[in-house]
Design a protein around this ligand. Structure first.
Ligand code: FAD
Length: 415
């Protein structure tokens, strides 16, 4: 019998919908039973959690954000974030890579309903996304999200250097992506690239979002993968050399990604649920350990020392503050946010990413030497949680950068 943890967001206290309550309960049960026992292996080997993906397909989780009338579970933004946080508690690498996959359905599904498109463009979009959704639901196809290139593009400050040139029936793609989680393991790479118009300068407005089959001639995976944390993400480099993709590979119509990034910026918050889950996991570990209840450790209680109690209180304060801010932000996410909502979203991202690691750091110091042995999950949580602040486009630094500037300057103001 798997021991069930309490929900991160209690359905009654946080007034979750019945759908959210059911999805988060399912994720918690699945995470504890399936993900947690396997997590150490992916981390040790820096190998991809293929078995987890097979099981997630069986559970319908690969289609969590595919609209219900198209065969998926129909989760919206908040329902997805809450569910992903529960999975992140049990295996950071699985939750993070699952996020890359889910975004290929959330961004092309629920999110596009809030964006403007001509009726015929929307009809083509619906027909095309159906092709991707069918592969996911029927075959368990997994999509990744390799955007980063090592320059300013993934931060949103320049056009992507990976290009797509129109040819008969489709596009020819050329370029390189770095840190491509699921490299060599996804069936499709959902890449962002720039449509190249002859000699014109590349423009962010011409960003295309294409689902490139991993088996297409000209696609190669290269480089080592031996990082500090999130080792199971297998984020190696991807090369595209004259890769042909048909028109129907488009996950969004031309111009729509630029509109989404400008009008629905909370889309970039989808990396944070994994780290919300890791923050909870670090706290849970510390409480269990100090109570002498952590499996794999002797039943020695350490909770009677005032220093431990203060540390746990500090962790709890950080956790509650993180949860409250994050919950508000995922609740109000939507198109055309106000300046206040935007500043709050950036603050939430920064808080989750930094506090997840701060709580894990404090948990290690408080529990002590035995708690950071590789036989226990805390040291993995500590390493995995360190990676959140580095994820573009909303790295912890870039969040601070934008909050400071946008709080002090109104649009058009300069000194
Ligand atoms: C475990 C893991 C998995 C990942 N998976 C994926 C994935 O699946 N897909 C994907 O696309 N990427 C992925 N990434 C990459 C990630 O989003 C970043 O692109 C990557 O961490 C950037 O590393 P870099 O050294 O190139 O950073 P740099 O671009 O050199 O940036 C270093 C720091 O400088 C700051 N900075 C960057 N640009 C600017 C700017 N314009 N102005 C001011 N400051 C700036 C930021 O704070 C940044 O953290 C992953 C990263 C990790 C660690």
């Amino acid at each position: 019998m798997t021991r069930m943890d309490a929900p991160i967001f209690d359905p009654a206290a946080f007034r979750l919908t019945a759908e959210e309550a059911a999805l988060t309960a399912k994720a918690r049960e699945f995470g504890a039973r399936v993900l947690a026992p396997r997590a150490a292996r992916w981390d040790r080997e820096a190998s991809f959690p293929t078995d987890n993906y097979r099981d997630m397909h069986r559970e319908g989780l690969l289609g969590i954000c595919i609209p219900a009338d198209e065969g998926g579970l129909g989760a919206g933004f908040r329902a997805y974030c809450l569910t992903a946080a529960e999975l992140g508690r049990y295996c950071g690498a699985t939750a993070l890579t699952w996020n890359m996959h889910v975004c290929s359905t959330l961004w092309t599904g629920a999110l596009t309903e809030d964006l403007e498109m001509e009726a015929d463009t929307r009809a083509v979009h619906r027909r095309r996304r159906r092709i991707h959704y069918d592969r996911i639901l029927r075959d368990g196809a997994v999509y990744s999200q390799p955007f980063s290139e090592g320059g300013a593009a993934a931060a949103g400050a320049a056009a992507f250097g990976t290009t797509a040139r129109r040819v008969d029936g489709g596009f020819l793609v050329n370029g390189k992506k770095i840190f491509a989680s699921l490299a060599g393991h996804a069936e499709y790479y959902g890449i962002l690239c720039t449509e190249q118009h002859d000699e014109q300068k590349l423009s962010r407005r011409d960003t295309l979002y294409l689902g490139v089959p991993a088996t297409a001639p000209g696609v190669t995976v290269e480089g080592e993968w031996d990082p500090l944390g999130m080792r199971g993400t297998v984020s190696r480099n991807l090369l595209f050399k004259d890769v042909f993709v048909p028109e129907d590979a488009a996950l969004m119509p031309a111009g729509l990604y630029f509109q989404a990034a400008s009008r629905w910026p909370h889309m970039f918050l989808t990396l944070s649920p994994t780290y919300m889950g890791l923050a909870q996991a670090a706290y849970d570990f510390c409480v269990r350990y100090l109570r002498g209840e952590q499996p794999g450790t002797p039943p020695v209680k350490r909770r009677m020392y005032p220093t431990k109690q203060i540390a746990v209180a500090q962790m709890r304060v950080m956790l509650e503050a993180t949860k409250a801010l994050w919950f508000q932000v995922i609740t109000e996410a939507g198109p055309d946010p106000t300046k206040e909502q935007m500043l709050r979203a950036l603050a939430a991202q920064h808080t989750v990413m930094e506090n997840a690691n701060a709580i894990a750091t404090l948990a290690i110091r408080t529990c002590g030497g035995q708690s950071m042995l590789k036989s226990l999950p805390l040291e993995r949580i500590y390493r995995d949680s360190r990676c959140g602040a580095l994820m573009l486009p909303w790295t912890a630094e870039l969040c601070l950068d934008r909050i400071g500037r946008e709080a002090l300057y109104e649009k058009g103001e300069t000194d």
